[in-house]
Design a protein around this ligand. Structure first.
Ligand SMILES: [Zn+2]
Length: 319
């Protein structure tokens, strides 16, 4: 049996076809460029999946499950996407439309929920007999996923594990969600970069400005971390807030869920892998003792494949 998974991101959509044992057979990327509409990306994705199956000589009847992961508030049951700010989709019957075009059932999931399940089945928890996993993925924002007693926790409305919007500082920085002080406002990639840009525009962060030759669009979390290490005071302020936000968030989640493994992934981690040992040390010394002793803090095993593989795995064997 084969599985197919899609990871629909703001700029690119990744499609992976793999065996139920997790061996990747085919992997493609297409541009999302949906211009805020769902129909073009549904058509392009389905055509691409059909092409990939044909190229691999896989019959439709051999495709055991098709899963789709995307960032946003969505209902996994009905496939309705209430809002996906990244994709600029608001109130669309994505799942139904997709199913009509591909003529089969799909499993829709929030992207980091899917990634958590992907890591549980094929990645960090694979073959270890673990039953509990927490995933924290700081990318453009901060997504999270929780597997508890072998089941993915999606909540009453599919919005569980929005860990990026737990409060880090009361009345702190304004977050995209409209609230203040969320972890995402401090450690999400895009908010961090925007905060740095604002400081540079105000004449601070001279080293950052120099590192990107005055092109502020080039500022990324790596630039901020490098400038902070080299002593730039403003970069230090942004970076140390991000690090302490992630430290606190991860230690708190480990104390709440007592997982065997905490998986860290997403662009901010991939770009700054030094964060993994930093967070591990903090969790080991600040989470509740027994939980701290038990937990393994690791970098995502599947990396950029986690969302697509996890969404497909949710369609095939959900806990
Ligand atoms: Zn928020």
């Amino acid at each position: 049996m084969y599985l197919a998974g899609l990871d629909i991101g703001a700029t690119k959509t990744k499609i992976i076809i793999f065996t139920e044992q997790g061996k990747v057979i085919s992997r493609e990327k297409i541009l999302t460029d949906s211009f805020n509409r769902v129909e073009p990306i549904i058509e392009k994705s389905c055509a691409q999946i059909e092409r990939m199956l044909k190229d691999q000589g896989i019959r439709r009847s051999e495709l055991g499950a098709l899963g789709v992961g995307l960032a946003g508030q969505l209902d996994p049951e009905t496939g309705y996407v209430d809002n996906s700010p990244n994709l600029k989709w608001f109130g669309v019957n994505f799942g139904k439309k997709f199913e009509k075009r591909i003529k089969r059932k799909i499993r829709l999931a929030n992207d980091v929920n899917a990634a958590a399940w992907g890591e549980f089945v094929y990645g960090a928890a694979r073959g270890k007999g673990y039953r509990n996993l927490v995933a924290v993925f700081p990318g453009s924002g901060i997504g999270g996923g929780v597997v508890c007693n072998g089941c993915l926790v999606e909540g009453a409305t599919g919005t569980a594990a929005e860990v990026g919007h737990l409060i880090f500082r009361e009345n702190g920085l304004l977050c995209d969600c409209g609230h203040r002080g969320c972890h995402e406002a401090y450690a999400g990639g895009v908010p961090m970069e925007n905060r740095m840009r604002k400081l540079v525009r105000a004449g601070k962060g001279k080293l950052v400005d120099k590192m990107v030759n005055g092109d502020l669009s080039k500022i990324n979390t790596r630039t901020i971390a490098d400038a902070a290490r080299k002593g730039d005071a403003s970069a230090k302020e942004v970076w140390s807030d991000a690090v302490s936000s992630l430290n606190v968030l991860c230690a708190n989640l480990v104390s709440v869920f007592n997982p065997e493994v905490l998986v860290l992934g997403g662009g901010v981690i991939e770009g700054n892998p030094i964060l993994v040992p930093t967070i591990r040390n903090y969790v080991k010394t600040h989470a509740v003792d027994y939980s701290a002793k038990t937990v393994k803090v690791v970098k995502s095993n599947l990396g950029g494949d986690a969302v697509a593989m996890g969404a497909a795995a949710l369609g095939a064997f959900e806990g």
